[in-house]
Ligand binder design. Sequence first.
Ligand SMILES: C[S@@+](CC[C@H](N)C(=O)[O-])C[C@H]1O[C@@H](n2cnc3c(N)ncnc32)[C@H](O)[C@@H]1O
Length: 252
Amino acid sequence: MNTHDGYVMDVAYPPHFHKEIQPVWLASLAQFLGTAAPDITRPYSCCELGCGMGINLLVAAATNPLGQFVGVDANDKALAIARAAAKSVGLTNVHFVHADFAHFAQSNNLFFDFIVSHGVWSWIAPNQQKNILQLVAKFLKPKGLFYLHYMCHPGATPMVPIQALLNDLAKQLPGTSEQKLSAALDFVCQLDLAGAFVDQPQLSDKIRALKQKPPGYLAHDFLTDHWAPQHSVDIHRLVAQAGMTFLGSANA
Ligand SMILES: C[S@@+](CC[C@H](N)C(=O)[O-])C[C@H]1O[C@@H](n2cnc3c(N)ncnc32)[C@H](O)[C@@H]1O
């Protein structure tokens, strides 16, 4: 299994669209919350950290010709798909950078009105989280918007033992991340059928629901060594230390 700082890299994360990281959504929401937002009726720039196959940037670039979009990811398979998609539809205002966050911090010389990161923070090593905050502190323009998605308590708390079990089992199984994940999940399902979680009926439901998801998605979700839901208050403190002010949830 190929990993980068404990994060799986041998499979690309399947594309998921998140309206919350679109500039029009973020700028509108900031204004609803009574704060000045970057003016998206003039040229502006936006960077997604951990963009995967780039679906969110591709949609943003196609629908916002005034925006310049940059996606950063350490997974070259995902970026090859993102670049091919941009080329096939003739987008010239989106670029994909193959780098981890530390390297991007060294090589980048652009400043951004928006920096967004979805599905990344709670799955990466603490030093990589620090790199994200350093990037934002250095490259977000004054009055720019930073969107940070993370997994939090108490919603994600019931999955803590399941993730630990899947991750540990996968380490002992052969194959790619997807194969390891599928075999580990089969084993957890057998444990469930044997009654291991009989006093946790909600956990059984969650395990059964996992079987409906693609193994590539689950490998990213569960096979990282740094999977950790956080308390919102801790995230707010960390982000404040990097010089940002909390505006509100991006989920209106
Ligand atoms: C779960 S995917 C999220 C993709 C996309 N943001 C979304 O929400 O659909 C997380 C992405 O972060 C990337 N990633 C993880 N650690 C990274 C690092 N240290 N530097 C750059 N990219 C990283 C992975 O390669 C992966 O594509």
